[in-house]
Design a protein. Structure first.
Ligand code: NOJ
Length: 556
């Protein structure tokens, strides 16, 4: 195999203060992390009580999914008040305390801002409905007359990303059927009109509100969807118009340039992180220009099958995409929207796309876990930052047998169950004990966890895994500690090494002080790198590296 070397990074930009270039960022889905008050739903009290777990794990930052006041129609991605904490999670004072306590442990905080849409309970939308057609209160949204003789048909043929039409008809204050409004997600999530100056001003103020409270980064939800073509014309999803009527429109970059100026106005570094599901690498890189976002989630990597050729290609493409804009790459395998990777990696098809969720396929869990362990060492050794989704450190699998009556995800309901949705990766974490709620809620909790936990999770609790050298949790702890101690890891030089087919091998650091080898070949191999093995995702077999196993090596 030939060798490709990436250039030395610009040292001026890779000062440690630019924490997002190397950080390990742990995603907390607040409903499911830990329940402090016993109502069966995770909350800030639960997080504060478990910060020690995260400090012990060795993460650099936490990203919180939305914690704002919300009717929870889409688990908090329907925000009614961007400056208040939902009472189910706690209070603003608790959030401020949490930020302070995390900082005291050296952990940074990232909050999730949802600019594409708000909740139908947001005061602006309530007022818009109340004020009726033609009123200025409707201008921050997309209200339109329907088509058909009586306006009984939606204004266009756009479909919601959660299934069904992207329009809902309103009822006028006089009780008669009225205009329709656009919602790219659920009807409870009306899209905001980003051409309206009030929308821009509001979100700039919301950014300052949280940055003033010391948050270190902002994750931007549905970051490519904000701008719409005001024509609102029909389109054929199999023959997409360019530019797309609502995805990745050029005008959105103005919004992020303004946001970057705000982030840069703070003395300590603040990061803007884009949720951008875009297939075109150049279009994606445009968001990472030095005057826009700092980083974006690497969804190409997340969706890549467990295959050496495909992974090498996506790694090369990722590095090639980021180098010209001098943005750090990110590596991510799971989040609250996708089936857990332990499960994906145990299947015949290990890839993932948003369009195709393979649910219920036969799964070899032991194989999935072995690969997930190897993938951890791969991710942590690649240049850039790494996202971990809560529970992956416990090796949790996707829960696919949640009864329909207990499911919560609007995606499940809007597709009439055709798509099982995302509840299976959102099941509350198991902390301790032999029975549900496994320490997720206090022993005297009034309610059961909001989604049922599999009984088999008794073997996956933090308690059960702590001290077991072979457990997933102890591997994560060792790997994160080791990464911290290796100055060659995180941001910095990367070079492929020659390796047999099906094997990924690369060095890190300007003096090639560190190497990672991952065997995806399906047969044992002799490591192509000589030296001291500092960490393995599984045991070696008399010096041979078994299939689906990775090692970190200090060459010598
Ligand atoms: C992306 C979020 O990750 C997802 O959970 C949410 O449903 C949609 N955006 C809508 O806000």
């Amino acid at each position: 195999m030939d060798e490709i070397e990436t250039p030395e990074p610009d040292k001026a930009r890779s000062v440690p203060a630019e924490w997002w270039r190397s950080a390990v960022i742990y995603q907390i889905y607040p409903r499911s992390f830990a329940d402090g008050n016993g109502d069966g739903i995770g909350d800030l009290a639960g997080v504060r009580a478990r910060l020690g777990h995260l400090a012990g794990l060795g993460v650099d930052a936490i990203w919180f999914n939305p914690w704002y006041a919300s009717p929870q129609a889409d688990a908090g991605y329907d925000v009614a008040d961007y400056r208040a904490i939902d009472p189910v999670f706690g209070t603003l004072t608790e959030a401020e305390d949490l930020i302070r306590e995390a900082h005291a442990l050296g952990i940074r905080i990232v909050v999730d801002v949802v600019p594409n849409h708000c909740s139908n309970a947001h005061p602006w939308f309530v007022e818009a409905l109340h004020s009726g057609p033609g009123s200025a209160a409707r201008d921050p949204f997309w209200f339109r007359e329907g088509r058909g003789a009586d306006g009984e048909l939606p204004p266009n043929d756009w479909q919601s990303i959660f299934g069904g039409p992207a329009w809902t008809r309103t009822v006028n204050p006089d009780g008669r059927p009225g205009e329709w409004y656009l919602h790219l997600f659920a009807p409870e999530q009306p899209d905001l009109n980003w051409e309206h100056p009030k929308v821009r001003e509001e979100f700039e103020d919301v950014l300052r509100f949280w940055l003033d409270r010391g948050v270190d980064g902002i994750r931007i939800d549905s970051a490519a969807l904000l701008m719409k073509d005001g024509e609102l014309a029909d389109f054929d999803p199999d023959d997409l118009p360019v530019p797309h009527p609502y995805t990745d429109r050029d005008e959105v970059h103005d919004v992020y340039r303004a946001w970057r100026a705000i982030a840069d106005s703070y003395p300590e570094p603040r990061a803007l992180i884009g949720e951008l599901w875009l297939p075109d690498a150049e279009r994606l890189a445009a968001y990472l220009s030095p005057d826009e976002l700092h980083t974006a989630f690497n969804f190409a990597f997340l969706g890549c099958p467990w295959d050496a050729t495909a992974l090498r290609q996506v790694i090369d493409e990722t590095l090639a995409l980021h180098a010209p804009v001098n943005a750090p790459a990110t590596w991510v395998l799971s989040n609250h929207d996708v089936p857990r990777h332990v499960t994906r990696y145990g299947r015949a098809d290990t890839s993932f796309t948003l369009q195709y969720r393979q649910l219920g396929a036969p799964t070899d869990r032991a194989l999935g876990r072995r690969r997930a362990r190897a993938a951890l060492l791969l991710n942590l050794a690649l240049p850039g930052s790494v996202y971990l989704y809560q529970g992956e450190e416990l090796g949790l699998e996707e829960v696919e047998d949640i009864p329909a009556a207990l499911r919560q995800d609007p995606m499940f309901f809007r597709t009439h169950g055709e798509n099982l949705g995302r509840d299976g990766c959102r099941v509350p974490l198991p902390w301790s004990g032999q029975e549900p709620p496994f320490g997720f809620s206090p022993a005297d909790a009034a309610r059961e966890p909001w989604l049922p936990q599999p009984r088999g999770w008794r073997d996956h609790t933090v308690e059960a895994q702590t001290g077991d050298p072979d457990s997933m949790l102890e591997l994560y702890r060792r790997a994160l500690a080791c990464r911290r101690g290796q100055s060659a890891l995180g941001d910095g030089p990367f070079a492929w090494l020659p390796a047999p087919d099906g094997v990924l091998a690369f060095t890190r650091g300007s003096h090639r002080a560190f190497a990672c080898v991952v065997n995806l070949s399906g047969r044992p191999i002799e490591s192509p790198v000589a030296g001291t093995v500092v960490l393995g995702s599984g045991p070696l077999d008399e010096g041979w590296l078994p299939p689906d196993t990775a090692v970190w090596v200090v060459p010598g």
